[in-house]
Design a protein around this ligand. Structure first.
Ligand code: PGA
Length: 264
């Protein structure tokens, strides 16, 4: 039986002080007996303060990205070892924003390539995180053009193959996957729950082929893309959807708490 997981991706929002206030509010709303996993992913600079504020509570802390080398001349990068030193539990990898596959372009098109994470770098990041016992939250998903061209399944298959290349099936138990259709991220266009469930089921089938049926039965597959308090219960009630990766709605304590409650 897979337990549910709800993760809030704060993206480039909130100071350390604001993040601590939000995390404290999430902790209060969650109460002591959590029968699901709740994760907040603040910007790097807020991680230490937020981590300290949720110590001895059921709320876990994740990072939004990582660099795969341990240390070295890599200006601006943060390694899995550094996250591990802070006892960080989760880390998002392959988010469509870090892949440079923005749903709606809010940055100059000329800068998009600076984000361009590839399936190969996603794979390196997952390996670095697993080495340090940090759970990767691997994001996969198609753009609107890819969906319209009937390529949803093949795009996700390619992303999964690249991300999981060379990873031992026994290690796949330590990975969380998030199906995040790019066109649904930050747009208010939620994927219909039947369709999200279908794609999550296809991901699970692919994991059974790449790993084993037991891995597929145990790995948690989240849905992400405009998850809100009013659609969370429907999404999370689907058999293949084990929770959510929440962006915008995770920035407000009541809304995020309602989404968490919908997963209980
Ligand atoms: P959203 O973002 O909930 O704001 O659509 C989801 C995500 O980017 O993970």
């Amino acid at each position: 039986m897979r337990s549910k997981l709800v993760a809030g991706n704060w993206k480039m929002h909130l100071s350390a002080t604001e993040g601590v206030a939000l995390a404290n509010a999430v902790v209060s709303a969650l109460g002591e007996s959590a029968d699901l996993d709740v994760v907040v992913c603040p910007p790097y600079l807020a991680i230490p303060a937020v981590k300290e504020s949720v110590r001895n509570t059921p709320v876990k802390v994740g990072a939004q990205d990582v660099f795969w080398m341990e240390q070295g001349a890599f200006t601006g990068k943060v390694s899995a070892k550094m996250l591990s030193n802070l006892c960080i539990d989760y880390c998002i990898v392959g988010h469509s924003e870090t892949r440079g596959r923005f749903g709606k372009l809010e940055v100059p098109a000329s800068t998009v390539s600076h984000f361009a994470e590839t399936d190969e770098t996603v794979n390196l990041k997952i390996k670095a995180l697993l080495y340090h016992a940090i759970t990767p939250i691997l994001c996969v998903g198609e753009t609107q053009e890819e969906r319209d061209a009937g390529k949803t399944v093949s795009v996700i298959q390619t992303q999964l193959e690249g991300a999981l290349a060379g990873i031992d099936p026994a290690e796949m138990y330590g990975i969380v996957i998030a199906y995040e259709p790019v066109w649904a991220i930050g747009t208010g266009l939620t994927c219909a729950s039947d369709e999200a469930d279908r794609v999550c089921g296809l991901i699970r089938t692919r994991i059974a082929e790449a790993g084993s049926q037991d891995v597929a039965d145990n790995i948690r597959i989240l849905y992400g893309g405009s998850v809100k308090p009013d659609n969370a219960r429907d999404l999370f009630s689907r058999p293949e959807i084990d929770g959510g990766l929440v962006g915008g709605a995770s920035l407000e304590a009541n809304g995020f708490s309602a989404i968490v409650a919908a997963a209980k």
